[in-house]
Write a protein that binds this ligand. Sequence first.
Ligand code: 25A
Ligand code: L14
Length: 346
Amino acid sequence: MVRVAVMGATGAVGREMLLTLEQRHFPYSSIKLLASERSAGTTLLFDGAMRPVELLTEKSFDDVDIVLASAGASVSKQFAPIAAKAGAVVIDNTSAFRMDPDVPLVVPEVNAEAAQGHNGIIANPNCSTIQMVVALAPLHHAAGIKRIVVSTYQATSGAGASAMAEMAAQSKAQLNGEPLPPAKKFRYTMAFNCLPQIDVFLDNGYTKEEMKMINETHKILDPEIRVTATTVRVPVFRGHSESVNIETKKKLTVADAQAILAKAPGCVVLDDPANGIYPMPIYAEGRDATYIGRIREDDTVANGLNLWIVSDNLRKGAALNAVQIAELLLERGWLKPSAEVQTTEG
Ligand code: 25A
Ligand code: L14
């Protein structure tokens, strides 16, 4: 039994973390809901009881074993090291530590072993990266992926609860023929639009979201794979979709890829185009799997495949992956930092 804290418990991801812990009967002995002064003093329903939301402070972690963090990168940068120093393991859902060489970046279906080497902080990858590597790792192990070209169709919930509310209000106004509320969370109107920008632009012309997909795929799966990405926000509340083109060293037929993915952990093949069967965000919403369909050969290169990959960004893309990492630490006895294990044993 472990003592759990959720940092950013009132946000879109924090709420999904609580729901996921409850649904999976996570063996907690106590639970702490942490947020900013905006929501400290309110309550949230968790596992059959109303629980108080507490203000996050440096003293929040003294009686905590596992922290699930999703209060933004700046909050994690400030508080994750404090929590780790207090003896907790932080599973951090923000971008703060993902590319830190001392911090494992973990998708349990793909690189569970990496979690063992933690020093008190484990990073949860970006939502778009997670669903892509869950689907591509089994194909990479079978045939060696050389190159990935991905375009994403990302839901607004990735930008938080207020971003979802902004799109809803704009949609309602548009359909009622009223003036649209101004864009705040997004740079332009999100309703009935697509925005080819997620996060800020970098010097190389890519957005930060695009570079996260590239760099994180290298860290989790294989630094040798060449990856290029275009990330686009679409007017969907929940569920990211991805059009993915891969080139492999060995030939994979459509049937090969379907058979490999049908057996792969966390993957569900929905690929029967004749009967209109393919993954969609409205189907993935609230579910745990990564759904793969529209698998077809790309005959413009030697060994090319196209795939359509969909998953719930708040679920496998964030909360579920974090809870799975926590379950992994418990199952394997990896709660202690690896440095401490070495000191005590050697
Ligand atoms: O993923 P998000 O949505 O971006 O959330 C990030 C998380 O990080 C926390 C934050 O807590 C949130 O839990 N966080 C951010 N900075 C932090 C810090 N410095 C921090 N935690 C600790 N230290 P929070 O306490 O800041 O925010 C919780 C409430 O405050 C609202 N809010 C956010 N920004 C605001 C603001 N209020 C005023 N001004 C701002 N600038 C925040 O709104 C929340 O109520 P919201 O966007 O999260 O939700 C708006 C309404 O929607 C409800 N709601 C939220 N999620 C869901 C939901 N309803 C149904 N389902 C959901 N999944 C909220 O209850 C609210 O009514
Ligand atoms: O890096 O706005 O985990 O949809 C994931 C969601 C970055 C922002 C991350 C979004 C975030 C992104």
